[in-house]
Design a protein. Structure first.
Length: 290
């Protein structure tokens, strides 16, 4: 995609997102139990059968995309997926807004030098290091320690979930913005100390905050849901997206409501956590050091 087309596409997606944000503010929410549209996989909380991936199946660093393949919502082998299909199923399964569901697959197509309209990809392609995938993730070891980014690193997942300090109306454990931000901060300080190849940029930190923020928005931070999603990459029976806005979670609401708060809190906590260690080594992104 050429530079002019990129500018035009971004402008169009942002304008579209503004309109959807306004429509969401005035139209009634989807009813609980009816968030996944009738006729789509998962309607009424009935998800297609979960089958754990075989060694030959293609999987990536994203638990949400892997879960769709594990349920056959995306091809079970994780191969030959069109970007348009990824757009459609993210919208139906997770209730992200159509603007987001176009923007991220379109971004991925550009990242892989592929055509959004014509080409296909395998899930593992999405794990291109320092494309969207980056060091210091919360559910994966850095690529230096684990070249196969298709599998979660369970000690990280368990540590993240064990940090839940919130409670929902029924008293179940819920991750809060500080819980997620503080674990993200810990990973950002610990990872470069253990990885001589560690790299990061402001861009990757923002993408990381965005990935992490889906735990609080789409999944509502609920630990009982997040354990199967992050450990087995399985969608629990009866689950539906916690976003009830009729046009789904827009990029504006996502960023203003959650991502920016998670990133700000994480930046603060990184300094506190680094100072609490023996030395105060803290990775500086290239921009921050120049
Ligand atoms: C639109 C297409 C999507 C693409 C191309 C994509 C891609 C990715 C990639 C490459 C990563 C690894 C980032 C890292 O290194 O930590 C990731 C992580 C993640 N993604 Fe996605 N993703 C998409 C949609 C979603 C959706 C819809 C959700 C939630 C429902 C989601 C939730 C997550 C979570 C929770 C992580 C783990 C973050 C971590 O380990 O720190 N993603 N995604």
């Amino acid at each position: 995609m050429g530079a002019i087309e990129k500018v035009f596409t971004t402008g169009f997606v942002l304008s579209w997102d503004v309109v959807l944000t306004l429509l969401n503010a005035i139209l009634p929410k989807r009813k609980i139990g009816h968030v996944t549209p009738a006729g789509e996989a998962g309607a009424g909380g009935k998800w297609p059968e979960y089958i754990a991936p075989k060694d030959t199946d293609s999987r990536c660093a994203c638990p949400a995309l892997n879960a769709m393949a594990n349920h056959g919502i995306l091809p079970r082998d994780g191969r030959n997926i069109t970007f348009k299909e990824m757009n459609r199923v993210i919208r139906a399964t997770y209730n992200f807004a159509p603007s987001f569901c176009f923007f991220v697959p379109n971004y991925s197509a550009n990242m892989l030098n592929k055509s959004y309209r014509k080409d296909t990809f395998d899930l593992e392609d999405i794990s291109l290091h320092n494309g969207i995938e980056h060091d210091a993730s919360m559910t994966r070891e850095d690529v230096r320690h684990q070249p196969d980014q298709g599998k979660p690193h369970l000690p990280f997942v368990e540590e993240l979930l064990s940090r839940a300090t919130g409670k929902d109306a029924e008293g179940n454990a819920v991750l809060t913005i500080p819980d997620v931000a503080h674990y993200m901060a810990k990973r950002r300080v610990d990872a470069p100390r253990a990885n001589p190849d560690f790299t990061t940029t402001k861009f990757h930190e923002t993408f990381g905050a965005s990935n992490s923020s889906t735990l609080l928005t789409i999944y509502g931070g609920r630990v009982d849901d997040l354990r199967p999603i992050l450990v087995e990459e399985r969608i629990p029976d009866g689950w539906e997206s916690r976003i009830r806005a009729p046009f789904g979670l827009t990029m504006i609401n996502f960023n203003v409501g959650t991502v920016n708060k998670v990133e700000k809190e994480s930046q603060k906590e990184q300094k506190v956590y680094a100072a609490s260690l023996d030395d105060s080594s803290i990775h500086k992104s290239p921009e921050a050091t120049t």
